[in-house]
Design a protein around this ligand. Sequence first.
Ligand code: AMP
Ligand code: GLY
Length: 421
Amino acid sequence: MKILILGAGGREYSIARAILNESETHELFFQPGNGATNNLGTNLDIKDYNNLATFAIENEIELTIVGPEAPLVDGVVDIFKAKGLNIFGPSREAAQLEGSKVYMKNFLAKYNIPTARYIETASIEDAFKFTDTLTAPIVVKADGLCGGKGVIIAQNHDEAKIAISEMLSGKSFGDAGLKVIVEEFLDGYELSMFAVCDGDDYILLQAAQDHKKLLDGDKGPNTGGMGAYAPTPLVDEKLYQKVKDRIIKPTLEGMKKESAPFEGVLFIGIMVVNGEPITLEFNVRFGDPECEILMPLMTSSVSDMFLKAATNRLSEIKVEFSKQYAVGVVMASENYPYKSSKPAEIILDDVLHVDIEQNTHISFGGVSQEDGVLYADGGRVLVCVGLGDTIKQARDRAYLRCGQVHFAGKKIRTDIAYQAL
Ligand code: AMP
Ligand code: GLY
């Protein structure tokens, strides 16, 4: 099959890798891709979505898979569908579940889906008044997309009010902050769950745990994610069932009622509080680095799952998962997440140990390539993934692989999966 993948990260690399593992006859294209995806297929440079759709038609692309949220919120799926192309991802309208936190929270409230108590407002007085009803810490969120930086966990009321003022005045996030959510702080443990949806049906993948803080012990600033593992033993059958009944089913039914049936990946950020799953947020795409560990755990065809989801035929297939665990450790560049770093040459040792060779791999994200040499050229550079029969074995293998990757300033967390061990 000829497949086009939109995006440039380790997430997109891992999807491509899984597709090529099922059959090397697939032909892959990336828009824009990164310095390593051109080893898996052809990188394009076609920014305009109409032109990209024309490329897809002329080159008989059978399926397009959208990785990141920005093209979804911009309506790339609507453009491709209007031209009769198969594309996996939500429509522009359905992408509002991630594109606008106000849309998402109001949707959750309307369909009685559990979420933190909140107010949604553009009024500083109302926001302050609601803040005074909460006990600290207090959570303040900008409405629009802020590249993962739009959530402030304020430790006291004054801090919360400063965050509210700076958002509403446009100072901190421009237009994305002109409406805010103020909500109660949920104290529990966090999970990432992913449902692949076709508008009517869904397939729930294994629950994962991400590590959002930069440093060991969940210290330091928030990042896009420094490592992840799956499946997590923190979820049992009962919890899966609650998530299906209370969150996924009503969301799919609700979106149909809103005339925006949800197709694509519904990424549910969950806080488990006293055994009950509460929705923190929705994203409308795979998590990164969660995708990098979920893709290698799928033993049935990944491309077929995306194609069936894109054509409303998920009920026709059965998706199968490996019995193993996967742990992914992100290697970030020197100045991440504060500012960009100078490109640094990546040196990959030959993997001589058979066990490591067979049970680990690398998904490349923020890399560029020049004359066959790879450079660390982004915040999160790559993910070392280890597979194993236990979480510990998978993690040990992932860290051994990390030891064989070198670039100036490389940064990793050394405690990925600690909550499960
Ligand atoms: P969000 O983008 O809404 O997922 O928020 C980013 C991160 O902030 C989440 O992954 C949580 O770690 C944290 N967070 C968001 N909302 C809450 C909340 N109501 N209570 C506790 N932590 C939260
Ligand atoms: N790893 C979290 C995210 O992709 O948003």
